[in-house]
Design a protein around this ligand. Structure first.
Ligand SMILES: NC(=O)c1ccc[n+]([C@@H]2O[C@H](COP(=O)([O-])OP(=O)(O)OC[C@H]3O[C@@H](n4cnc5c(N)ncnc54)[C@H](O)[C@@H]3O)[C@@H](O)[C@H]2O)c1
Ligand SMILES: [Zn+2]
Length: 409
């Protein structure tokens, strides 16, 4: 005998979007709800200057008292920790600064658990005391994942301190850690309420990590922004040497175009319902290559090596002309990025592609450059094609060792 209720159906309407229905005949409830998402990414000059309110005014107070837990990368703490502490003191915020040493090898559940313990000990208020993450992509990914888990979601704020952080890891909503040798195998889509981008923090970053970030910028140029690619061709090596400090309108344009382009791609597909993602360019083979080479290759370097392989696959298919292929390899070299690594073997890349096919739900959905500044997706790359591309890559590509030899010459 079906049980009936007074209200059995509530349909979409403007005041109460979503759907809730009960079907007495089959004894089934159906629920649909939509969660609006909004987050801000803001350029901010000299973020730890006490005169700047951006960081201090984000979040709220509990019983008139303002407290924050600040999770900061150890290397960043050594350089900026005093300024960070003074900043919060100046703004009358009781800040507990937790320092954690992070790099790709410890981007894992143990580090995440350690951060959770620190937050628990701090005794955070659920909505008004956003967790503040200050560091590179690794720290932000770990703290972001912890924020998504802690009480099933606690707000957080990011201050990226690396170039990858500024143009990529600090722009989207992906958080995560590596697991059992697999890159970002665990994680959540969880936006930071506010991300403050201060390029002056790049002044202390070592040159290799600037190159590393330039790889993700090059990716944006190759698949959607010819002008960005041309800016890198013309000014890339200068921007690298200057670390984007006092680098004039070109430096600002490169950063703004990279971030704007990234958001243009991410916003309509924030939860990755669509798995054909142009921003996945350079991320087909690289997750496996990066983990296999760890710690020899940084994230952006592995991405660049993947872009070198896929540039050659595109060129073999007639999607790129000879001169376009050469220009791409020249830019990689000018940005001091490796385009070859001794770990590259056809079997490794074939396995990498298989894992990526599972990640992309059964199809390759492999982005390839079409000329410079455009993209196509293919599903039929073969092991022979990969082996052929690797043969060319061995000749045209430069490894870290090759780059170092060139620099000495
Ligand atoms: N979530 C995303 O959408 C996304 C996007 C791109 C990359 N990522 C992830 O980001 C990670 C790479 O990030 P990364 O390149 O920033 O690495 P990282 O966080 O390891 O930082 C690089 C190094 O620079 C040091 N450092 C950080 N800021 C500094 C500063 N201002 N001055 C001096 N030294 C500083 C760090 O201590 C570290 O040794 C990878 O794990 C990658 O998967 C995530
Ligand atoms: Zn990346």
């Amino acid at each position: 005998m079906p049980i009936t209720f007074a209200t059995e159906a509530m349909h979409d309407d403007t005041d109460r979007p979503g759907l809730y229905t009960y079907s007495p005949n089959i004894g089934s409830w159906f629920v649909r709800a939509a969660k609006p998402v909004s987050y801000e990414i803001r350029f901010c000059t000299d973020v730890f200057n006490p005169d700047r309110g951006d960081l201090a005014t984000a979040g709220g107070a509990v019983d008139g008292a303002r407290r924050r837990i600040v999770i900061i990368d150890e290397a960043v703490d050594l350089l900026y920790g005093d300024r960070v502490r003074k900043y919060f003191k100046h703004h009358d915020i009781d800040a507990t600064v937790t320092v954690i040493p992070v790099d790709e090898t410890v981007k894992n559940c143990d580090t995440a658990t350690q951060v959770i313990r620190d937050i628990d000990r701090f005794g955070i208020a659920r909505r008004h005391e956003p967790i503040i993450a200050i560091g590179g992509g690794v720290l932000m990914d770990v703290v972001g994942m912890v924020s998504s888990l802690y009480r099933r979601g606690t707000p957080f704020i990011r201050v990226p301190t690396t170039l990858i952080g500024l143009v990529d890891a600090g722009v989207g909503v992906k958080t995560g850690v590596n697991f059992d040798g697999h890159k970002n195998r665990l994680g959540a889509y969880f936006p930071a309420d506010l991300t403050l981008l201060d390029k002056s923090l790049l002044a202390t970053l070592d040159r290799r990590h600037i190159s590393n970030g330039l790889a993700e910028i090059l990716k944006m140029g190759l698949i959607k922004d010819k002008r960005l690619f041309e800016l890198l061709e013309e000014f890339g090596s200068r921007l690298l040497a200057e670390r984007f400090q006092n680098s004039g309108p070109e430096g600002d344009e490169v950063l703004a175009r990279a971030i704007h382009g990234m958001l243009e791609e991410l916003q309509p597909n924030l939860w990755e319902a669509k798995l054909e993602r142009s921003v996945d360019y350079g991320h087909t083979f690289s997750p496996t290559v990066e983990m296999r080479a760890l710690p020899a290759l940084l994230h952006g370097e592995a991405v660049c090596i993947d872009m070198a392989t896929t540039t050659l696959i595109a060129w073999e298919r007639g999607l790129l002309a000879d001169d376009q292929r050469n220009r791409i390899f020249t830019v990689m070299r000018e940005l001091e990025l490796p385009s070859w690594d001794p770990v590259l073997k056809p079997e490794l890349l074939v396995n990498a592609l298989q894992d990526t096919v599972r990640h992309r739900d059964g199809k390759q959905r492999l982005p390839l450059p079409k000329g410079i500044g455009d993209v196509v997706f293919v599903n039929d790359v073969t092991p022979d094609e990969i082996a052929l591309a690797l043969g060319y890559q061995r000749q045209l590509g430069l490894s870290h060792t090759d780059l170092a030899t060139e620099a000495r010459a």
